[in-house]
Design a protein around this ligand. Structure first.
Ligand code: NDP
Length: 289
């Protein structure tokens, strides 16, 4: 079997087009434009690229983008004051504080200071609770993107065996919550899981969010399963060139799976699109639309 490739780049482009239409309709209906504030502290080059991309895509779908760039030595007090100010600002629907923050700042405290109704990253404990109790929540962007691709490809997910490898608060745990809400039978695997290959082989749906290059091998995959590769790992080839690979051995797994996301071009592009989606959701939730 050769797997169908789930094209996250094309899916994300379609999703952004839908979001642009929704934003235009919301503007016409309410007279207000959804706004996303992104806060960057320091000079981390990867973070600077992410923030630039987020701002560009926010504007492309017709929303307002507010960038706050603060120096590396910004005090925690100053950052918390900015977050409070954004919480109060009626033109701001979504607040994203780009991680990682410098070591002298308590990231958990900053994330918990964001108004849960503007928490478009979905990391606040209130949104985590809402997700697990089935209330309307802002859900972390990466697992939201994975779920949208799975539903688009598979349709209804109920009754499917899903194995999520990784239990981080950002990907693994919210992914499991989303799959459970779709009535999958969910297993969360992690570094202490015994015989991970046998556990993974049970799955109709495998989501790998580990951070270990090409760890999931072809003989771990049930024939026809759908494989979602969240991992982004930079490896150096024998030639000295760098390459991005996922947590899944793509060549091996694509021989067995029914469908698979590539790296790059799979989950990655969906993450920013889902941030825009969350900003629209936050706009609607705050106005009870
Ligand atoms: P974390 O490091 O927070 O979590 C990794 C998880 O993998 C942990 O739960 C850990 O288990 C588990 N793990 C580690 N080693 C093994 C192993 N040998 N067998 C089974 N489980 C293992 O990572 P994240 O969740 O933040 O990210 C995971 C990957 O996804 C990374 O490559 C990251 O770059 C990528 N990523 C991609 C995004 C995108 O937009 N495409 C967004 C976010 C992340 P334990 O808890 O026991 O330690």
């Amino acid at each position: 079997m050769t797997a169908e490739i789930i094209d996250g780049k094309a899916f994300a482009a379609r999703l952004r087009a839908t979001i642009a239409t929704d934003v235009a309709a919301l503007k016409a209906k309410t007279g207000h434009t959804p706004g996303l504030a992104v806060v960057l502290v320091g000079e981390n080059p990867a973070s600077q690229v992410y923030v630039r991309n987020k701002a560009a895509q926010t504007q492309e779908v017709g929303m307002n983008s507010y960038e706050h760039k603060l120096p590396e030595d910004t005090s925690q007090e100053t950052l918390l004051a900015l977050v409070q100010q954004l919480n109060q600002d009626p033109t701001v629907d979504g607040i994203l504080v780009q991680l990682p923050l410098p070591a002298h700042i308590d990231s958990s405290l900053v994330l918990l200071t964001i108004d849960p109704d503007k928490d478009v990253d979905g990391f606040h404990a209130t949104n985590v609770g809402r997700l697990w109790t089935g209330e309307r929540a802002l859900v972390p962007c990466t697992p939201t993107g994975c779920l949208l691709m799975l539903k688009d490809y598979l349709g209804k997910l109920d009754g499917k065996e899903a194995v999520v490898i990784g239990r981080s608060n950002i990907v693994g745990k919210p992914m499991a919550a989303l799959l459970l809400a779709e009535s999958c039978t969910v297993t969360i695997a992690h570094s202490k899981t015994h015989d991970l290959a046998a556990v993974t082989r049970r799955a109709d749906i495998v989501v790998a969010a580990v951070g270990r290059p090409e760890m999931v091998r072809g003989d771990w995959i049930k024939p026809g399963a759908t494989v979602i590769d969240v991992g982004i790992n930079r490896i150096t080839l024998d030639t000295g060139k760098a390459r991005l690979v996922g947590d899944v051995n793509y060549a091996e797994c694509a021989e067995v799976a029914g469908a698979i996301t590539p790296v790059p071009g799979g989950v990655g592009p969906m993450t920013i699109a889902c941030l825009l989606l969350n900003t629209v959701t936050a706009f609607q939730m705050r106005r009870s639309i």
